[in-house]
Design a protein. Structure first.
Length: 273
């Protein structure tokens, strides 16, 4: 249980982040939802089972992040848990109707920079800002949301995969560096979840793969799950939230520097290394 603990969830307005926020709050944590979309963050915070707060914030910008984290600490009196979830599966100029395959041959330098900024720099910036407050608290937990794309070859989105691999590497480095301060750092690698990014990818597959032409995007996604997930079912924000809550709790007090795939066995078929 997380009763009495204060947690920040970045990118917490919707999708995986909102699912994590709800699980943390259901276990008693006071959750601050940080997101670029302020109104949506407010809605999510207002819906939590334990009263929380929201802050509009670009967590790739250090000044914005510092202001938001400071407001959380002032509101709740400290900080115990940071969940670095903010990220994007589509780079600049990549919309729901744009082909999702951005291999190295078609990826621009600007798109590369944006993927790394929104998926790796965000984790670094938020962690850097939060660490002094966790140290003041005498310890805490950081949970970084990476991806199975960071574990296996991902030719459709190499920049996204590189960023998420970077999150996993950063997780290990931070865990070792801050272990003397009793700050634990772990990463979760989600598998196939029905998110906005996957909706766009499914739409692209529907257009480009003849056997998917008769299906709607959701149907395409479920077919991909059926074929690619050994357990045969999609993963959900609740699944990710349950693991995040465990890693944030005292029950995981001796777990640090680890990455855990919540993917129904996908990576068993494409083992890294």
């Amino acid at each position: 249980m997380l009763t009495g603990k204060t947690a920040i969830v970045t990118g917490g307005a919707r999708g995986i982040g909102a699912g994590i926020a709800r699980v943390l709050a259901s276990q008693g944590a006071r959750v601050a939802v940080l997101d670029l979309d302020g109104p949506e963050a407010e809605k999510t915070a207002a819906s939590l089972p334990t009263p929380g707060m929201a802050a509009a914030c670009d967590v790739a910008v250090e000044a914005d992040t510092a202001k938001a984290v400071r407001s959380v600490v002032e509101r709740f009196g400290g900080l115990d848990v940071v969940v670095n979830n903010a990220g994007v599966g589509r780079g600049p100029g990549v919309s729901q109707t744009t082909p999702q395959s951005l291999g190295t041959g078609t990826l621009s330098a600007a798109q590369w920079d944006e993927y790394l900024s929104q998926n790796l720099k965000t984790t670094f910036v938020t962690t850097s800002v939060a660490l002094p407050y966790l140290k003041t608290r005498g310890g805490g937990a950081i949970v970084n949301i990476a991806s199975i794309a960071g574990l296996v070859a991902s030719p459709r989105l190499p920049a996204y995969a590189a960023a998420k691999a970077g999150v996993i590497s950063l997780t290990k480095s931070l865990a070792l560096e801050y272990a003397p301060h009793d700050i634990r750092v772990n990463a979760i690698c989600p598998g196939f979840l029905w998110t906005r990014a996957w909706e766009g990818l499914a739409a692209a597959l529907q257009r480009s793969v003849p056997e998917y032409a008769a299906l709607d995007p959701r149907g395409v996604f479920l077919e991909v799950v059926k074929r690619g997930v050994p357990l045969g079912r999609e993963q959900t924000p609740q699944d990710i939230g349950q693991l995040a809550a465990f890693l944030a709790s005292d029950a995981a007090r001796n777990i640090t520097g680890q990455w855990i795939a919540v993917d129904g066995g996908i990576t068993l078929r494409q083992a890294p290394g």
